[in-house]
Design a protein around this ligand. Sequence first.
Ligand code: MN
Length: 213
Amino acid sequence: MAVYSLPELPYDYAALEPVITGEIIELHHDKHHAAYVKGANDTLEQLEEARSKEQWAGINGLEKNLAFHLSGHILHSIYWHNMSGDGGGEPLEKDGTGELADAIAESFGSFARFKAQLSKAAATTQGSGWGVLAYEPVSGRLIVEQVYDHQGNVGQGSVPILVFDAWEHAFYLQYRNQKVDFVEAMWRVVNWQDVAARYTAARERAGTLLLAP
Ligand code: MN
């Protein structure tokens, strides 16, 4: 019985056009995301086998694969809902309460400075990675992370609430080598209602990360 499963897209493949083509979304969801789901499930099975046989020679590779595939599954699951054909604009107009807009202003100085930091973090990934807005539960503030692959360069305990996929599979068929243009276009499909809901949930559920008893 598989532990993880591929979620349905919340819209049709072509719903984000012209920012992202239906061809990209179909391949990205049906092939790439599906592969991370399978990889996470396969790795859990391999770890179970290693435990039952007490064969630990492959433990380093298995732990690396678990972090990679599980993180890929989680980030893509958030990514699909972070985008909408009716998205764009700024959170102040879209999030209902203004709590997310206030948190962004408090954590980054202004929306414009936050946008610049996340755009730069996503566009300057070396190799494969993500630009991520995350809730950091020790300080109770928002931070931007430049994630390597799916799992590296992350502050432990942080909760991703807005993720920009900067892997070539996310844009290359449409934007070719113009990653900066892709990242700039992404802002036109950001679903701020979804980001705001994730911010509220992260604050309520993650609360304050206990560093000492
Ligand atoms: Mn991807």
